[in-house]
Design a protein. Structure first.
Length: 479
């Protein structure tokens, strides 16, 4: 409106809008679009902006001035002022744009190059490298793969491989951060932090890309600028140097194999980016120990530690109460036992029973005494053995092994005096029988069972022969 009014009135003095247009639009600093919207023509640095020096945009600084005055009481008093100033190229007033002139005795506190300016310059150079060297082009080659990765501070990593043309997931990877250098998946991490997890996720994406030579180009989108800068060499590592060196070697390798058609583009985490959110969930899954990877390094993972063997400490009270006969109560096999052997078994069981805090200790003790009194009689032993052998009990666990009856008989017949030694358990307890006696007991069992089988087979043969004779007689009558 002001521009139109000025033209209609034919005034020679420019209006404020005309001045603004001449200073900003015609100089090329800003552009007015067709929809009346303004846009800045910012270059890669302030020096690239047209007329930047003329508009006072070069090297802006925050100024601080100080002056010291002595009050009437004689005590000095310091006065500080802050403002924004632009240093002139040459001569003139020391600071252009500073509100107010410098008072007598006032000095400007502004070093030539502050630490903040250095950090700003370094930060801008990093962003410049990301935009120029590692940013992907607008027109992607056909078959380009897009990798999203994320790390979990709990010690996990996740990677999602996506086809940009169809926005379809091609592969999902996850796993834990390995800090043991003896394990195959180890890539250099010495401890679990957020940075080691982010670097591990980036490394696993590069490893997956190396295993797929058919992929012509790829974009890596981490949500950690630290991991991105360390891998590309923009910044130097102060910690985790082994991990960073591994990532850099891998980065250079995959870029060389694809003629530098591997790019990086930072994506902000936890901002609703679909595939970054999916990578975050995969990282949490990997922190829990889940491994999804076709890499041979993860072939035998997880390596589960062998469980420690734990001895079964069964209470003596429970053992006695679960026994089904007097021999079992005394912890003996059904065999001929002398009075001394019975007393020896009774004393051992009583010692194990002593001191237990089980509620049924008294019941077990009385049952132990009853078994000792019963087995003192050889007749009672014989009757009980006959009943146990003749009436098979329900077997909960069956262990079958072959016994060479001939070898057992030869051992009993030909063995020397070493077979008359009573063996002992590992804890020093005696078995109560010599090796010869134990083999004789085994031999007797084998003989009884073989006799039983032979008698059963002979009865079957007799029944078969009788049936054959009966069939022959019946057939002769019919004919």
């Amino acid at each position: 409106m002001e521009e139109i009014r000025g033209i209609q009135r034919g005034e020679e003095t420019p209006t404020p809008t005309q001045k603004w247009d001449a200073e900003w639009i015609k100089s090329g600093v800003m552009t007015r679009g067709s929809d009346a919207k303004m846009s800045l023509n910012l270059g890669r640095s302030l020096a690239g902006i047209p007329s930047a020096e003329a508009h006072g945009l070069m090297r802006p600084k925050v100024l601080a001035t100080v002056s010291v005055a002595v009050e009437g009481t004689g005590s000095p008093r310091a006065r500080l002022r802050l403002g924004v100033g632009i240093p002139l190229v040459a001569g003139g007033v020391p600071w252009k744009g500073f509100n107010g002139d410098l008072s007598p005795g006032e000095r400007v506190l502004c070093p030539e190059k502050s630490a903040e300016e250095g950090q700003t310059q370094r930060g801008s150079s990093r962003q410049e490298l990301r935009r120029t060297q590692f940013a992907p082009p607008r027109a992607l080659p056909e078959g380009t793969r897009h990798y999203f990765m994320d790390g979990s501070g709990k010690g996990g990593w996740g990677v999602v491989s996506v086809d940009p043309s169809s926005d379809q997931v091609m592969e999902e990877l996850c796993g834990p951060v390995v800090i043991d250098s003896k394990e195959k998946p180890w890539v250099g991490a010495r401890r679990i932090t957020n940075n080691t997890s982010e670097l591990s996720a980036l490394i696993e994406a590069l490893e997956n890309l190396r295993q797929h030579p058919e992929i012509p180009a790829a974009i890596l989108s981490p949500d950690s600028e630290i991991a991105m800068d360390l891998t590309t060499g923009v910044s130097q590592a102060k910690a985790n140097k082994e991990l960073v060196n591994y990532a850099r070697r891998l980065w250079k390798k995959v870029r060389e194999d694809r003629s530098n058609r591997v790019w990086m583009r930072h994506v902000r985490g936890h901002r609703g980016v679909k595939w970054n959110e999916r990578a975050d969930k995969l990282a949490d899954k990997g922190a829990g120990g889940t491994v999804w990877s076709a890499d041979a390094r993860w072939g035998n993972w997880p390596i589960r530690p062998r469980p420690a063997l734990r001895p079964i400490h069964n209470r003596e009270t429970e053992r006695i109460l679960s026994a089904t006969d007097a021999f079992g109560v005394l912890n003996s096999i059904p065999d001929t036992l002398s009075t001394a052997e019975i007393e020896n078994l009774y004393r051992r069981a009583e010692q194990r029973l002593y001191g237990e805090s089980h509620r049924n200790v008294r019941v077990a003790s009385s049952r132990l005494r009853a078994a000792r009194n019963l087995l003192r009689s050889q007749t009672a032993q014989r009757v009980l053995r006959r009943r146990l052998w003749s009436q098979p009990r329900k077997i909960s666990t069956r262990l079958t092994c072959k016994i060479d009856a001939t070898a057992v008989s030869n051992y009993i017949r030909n063995t020397g005096p070493e077979a008359d030694v009573t063996p002992k358990h590992k804890d020093g307890r005696s078995y109560g029988k010599t090796r010869r006696n134990m083999m004789e007991s085994s031999g007797n069992v084998v003989d009884r069972r073989s006799n039983r089988r032979s008698s059963t087979s002979s009865d079957a043969d007799q029944r078969k022969a009788a049936a054959t004779q009966l069939q022959a007689r019946t057939g002769n009558r019919l004919t």
